[in-house]
Design a protein around this ligand. Structure first.
Ligand code: GLV
Ligand code: MN
Ligand code: MN
Length: 411
């Protein structure tokens, strides 16, 4: 059985047409208009393929290609269709279209697998709405409860629970959909690398062995708001200047004081009242800290909070930290890595074993099942921006490897 490169690229382009952004990049937040249209289009294709489609109360979609032996646990294959703001057209979508292609080719070939194969689309992977990633998969494995969803909110203070209910979903029913160990045989995800390792190593496929963990925190710095002209410099408790010093320390800590693999990013910042002629009263920003080693994440958090205490005393501002989300680094299943290695090596000699610096729903699923991931190269290592690009021949190769891995696990 072989995948169809033309159909794969047409479907990637079709997804790019579902876009809430007219600025060049893709903005497709979960529960938004473009997301709803993309999901409807995807589910229509699933029905044409005679898959059993279910949507759970947080918006994860599962579409089942039934196997011959219903007593066997299914294999899941998929990714996400939501994006960051002004992102690219390949993040998540390559894995979704790859999974659609696997099921399409199986149907075309009247394949009768022993195990069922299910396409899975995770909702809200990027954290674009609520500032914390993987809300769909975290809820699916029981890491987030319906009550936790009440405490996640958008910048304009709409809660996750409210948004789900407005989308016609019933989060109170999530308990009935939560997956436990013993429910799923394995999960596979194809994804773009989002970094530059494959390109530098001149390899076309990556077999992922570990996924970085991450901690996302919100930092609020409170000072004294006052007149920008009438307040002398020595009489200020300016939270913006304090935040600037702390942000510089965060960069220095991640770059020079933990591991070479440690990264920390301040990617979102706001202040109140946000006026040119007013010393702000409050500055809020996020910190995204990641590493393959949990210890390094914890050391980074500890060093940042200790710098914050010092700054708080020196500048007489109050600094509060709130953890918005976290996930631990994970090692992928050696059993599924072996399957993936066999699959990639029968498609190409050009592959390597590697780590993922980006997080993926597969990392959440690893707590309830064996997980495998295949990477394809990102040109120039660019991702989470409109310049994201992967060569169509590499995408098709990744889809073919995914097909071989799925069929080894199911047939
Ligand atoms: C998700 O794509 C992330 O790694 O932030
Ligand atoms: Mn992704
Ligand atoms: Mn992403």
């Amino acid at each position: 059985m072989n995948v169809n490169r033309e159909r794969i690229m047409q479907r990637i382009d079709a997804f790019a047409g579902f876009n809430d952004n007219d600025d060049g990049g893709i903005s497709r937040f979960s529960y938004g208009r473009a997301d709803a249209d993309a999901r409807a289009w995807l589910m229509q294709i699933c029905r044409e393929l005679k898959l059993q489609v279910t949507v759970d109360p947080v918006g994860n979609i599962r579409a089942c290609y039934e196997g011959v032996d219903s007593s066997l646990m299914p294999v899941l294959v998929g990714s996400h269709i939501d994006s960051v703001r002004n992102g690219g057209k390949y993040d998540g979508i390559v894995g979704v279209v790859g999974a659609m292609e696997v099921l399409t080719v199986m149907r075309e070939n009247n394949c009768l697998p022993r195990r069922s194969v299910e396409l899975i689309i995770f909702a809200e992977e990027e954290g674009s709405n609520f500032g914390t990633t993987m809300v769909g998969s975290k809820t699916l494995i029981g890491k987030l409860s319906a009550d936790d969803l009440r405490h996640l909110h958008t910048e304009d203070k709409r809660t996750c629970l409210e948004i789900l209910e407005k989308s016609g979903l019933d989060p109170g029913k999530m308990k009935d959909f939560v997956l436990k160990p013993g429910d799923i045989e394995a999960m596979l995800e194809l994804h773009i690398e989002q970094g530059i390792v494959l390109e530098q190593e001149k390899k076309r496929l990556g077999v992922v062995q570990a996924i970085a963990g991450m901690t996302t925190m919100e930092v609020t710095v409170c000072g004294t708001s006052n007149h920008a002209g009438a307040t002398p410099m020595y009489l200020r408790n300016d939270p913006m200047s304090a935040a600037a010093v702390l942000i510089e320390d965060i960069e220095d800590i991640a770059a020079n004081h933990v591991l070479e693999s440690t990264v920390a990013t301040v990617g979102s910042i706001s202040c109140r009242p946000n006026m040119p002629n007013v010393i702000p009263g409050e500055v809020t920003f996020t910190i995204d800290i990641r590493d393959i080693e949990q210890d390094a994440i914890e050391k980074t958090v500890a060093q940042i909070t200790s710098c914050a205490e010092k700054i708080s005393q020196e500048r007489k501002v109050m600094i509060r930290f709130r953890t918005i989300g976290s996930s631990k680094p994970i090692r992928l299943s050696p059993r599924i890595m072996d399957t993936v290695k066999r699959a990639v090596s029968s498609c190409s000699d050009s592959w390597m074993v590697m780590n993922s610096g980006a997080v993926h729903d597969a990392a959440m699923m690893a707590s309830i099942t064996d997980v495998g991931m295949i990477f394809v190269p990102s040109v120039g290592g660019k991702s989470h921006n409109p310049e994201e690009y992967t060569d169509p021949s590499d995408i098709a190769l990744g889809c073919q490897a995914l097909l071989l891995a799925v069929t080894e696990l199911c047939v």
